[in-house]
Design a protein around this ligand. Sequence first.
Ligand SMILES: Cc1cc2nc3c(=O)[nH]c(=O)nc-3n(C[C@H](O)[C@H](O)[C@H](O)COP(=O)(O)OP(=O)(O)OC[C@H]3O[C@@H](n4cnc5c(N)ncnc54)[C@H](O)[C@@H]3O)c2cc1C
Length: 386
Amino acid sequence: MEFNLTEEQQHIRAAVRELCRKFTGEYWRKLDRDRAYPEEFVQTLTGAGWLAALIPEEYGGAGLGITEASIILEEINYSGGNSAACHAQMYIMGSLLRYGNAEQKSFYLPKIARGELRLQAFGVTEPDAGSDTTKIKTAAVRQGDSYVINGQKVWTSRFQHSDLMLLLARTTPLEQVEERTGGLSLFLVDLHAAGDSIEARPIEAMVNHETNQVFINDLRVPASALIGEEGKGFRYILDSWNAERILIASECIGDGRWFVERASRYASDRVVFGKPIGTNQGVQFPIAQAHAHIEAADLMRYKAAWLFDSHQKCGAEANLAKLLASQASWEAANACLTTHGGYGLAVEYDIERKFRETRLYTVAPVNNNLVLAYIGQHVLHMPKSY
Ligand SMILES: Cc1cc2nc3c(=O)[nH]c(=O)nc-3n(C[C@H](O)[C@H](O)[C@H](O)COP(=O)(O)OP(=O)(O)OC[C@H]3O[C@@H](n4cnc5c(N)ncnc54)[C@H](O)[C@@H]3O)c2cc1C
């Protein structure tokens, strides 16, 4: 058993940490205030090749695994930044790499690796289906060499800053499939070619996150936009979902460490009643407890990432990692905010911003109730709630 990072992984961590140093709390704070996209940060990250980490070397990427991708995203959040502006390219990649055909890969991957195209939009959630993905209504109908797609998505993030969208649609109506996960298909949609047939309306959210309602009207895509086989999209998307859970866990771990470090430093420095507040166990123990939970979640994240990278089943571990890490980062966020007293709410400390940002991860990209349902039903074989 080996718990140490390899030399290459240590190098990646150090290099991303150095890159992130240039993007200070002030940078992220201003974006948050202006509700603006971190264009300069994403450009810099792309230029350094980090967003192409998962793309095989033959296509111009770094040929790394989810473990390394998770280190990159963890470092962004640990630096005080927010990976949500660009993390989708890492988790969507799983579907394209594993199920895309040779033409799709040789056409898109080099362009994504060079930063000429961004694959940052993932259109799954719909207003009427919510967490029940098999109930999505967006339908793709085959017409000759094309599919015509109609429907509506919600919470489609980074749409306005992406060139490509991975879209899930029904190609066989729910009533006609034997299993409800059947009849769903994945499409790689060129958003420039889509023109007016896709309309995005921004959703204002608690966090600075470019996310949208998306209306799809008679969108015609070539049949070559289909990923893998028609009707098997749900199976393909599971790989992206497992990657997503592992990567979100790593972002939460980065957040959690940021909160714990800030909290323990402040608890040691801030003197009230003639002594540092951290000498009081009421202040010290919640920080220590959060640290313990983050470290435990981190082990599950690495186990899940290792299983994913070695092409083994990782659904249970990916879900456990996401659950434990999102709970731990939220616990750390609360301990940090409480430790700072009133200053925890002052914008210039960045704590309230990170507090809002990390709160998202108990809700999305999958909410923790659904993660518990997965563990209860698929891991522990208890009866299904839905
Ligand atoms: C900022 C943000 C960005 C997002 N980005 C994207 C994106 O890029 N692409 C995308 O496709 N989606 C995205 N989402 C959507 C996200 O994945 C969903 O919000 C999430 O999956 C939950 O779905 P819902 O909001 O419809 O909640 P619902 O499914 O309506 O659930 C509401 C509540 O009911 C609970 N619940 C529902 N069913 C059960 C059950 N059987 N047992 C127990 N509890 C249950 C849930 O836990 C939840 O607390 C984003 C969401 C947010 C907030």
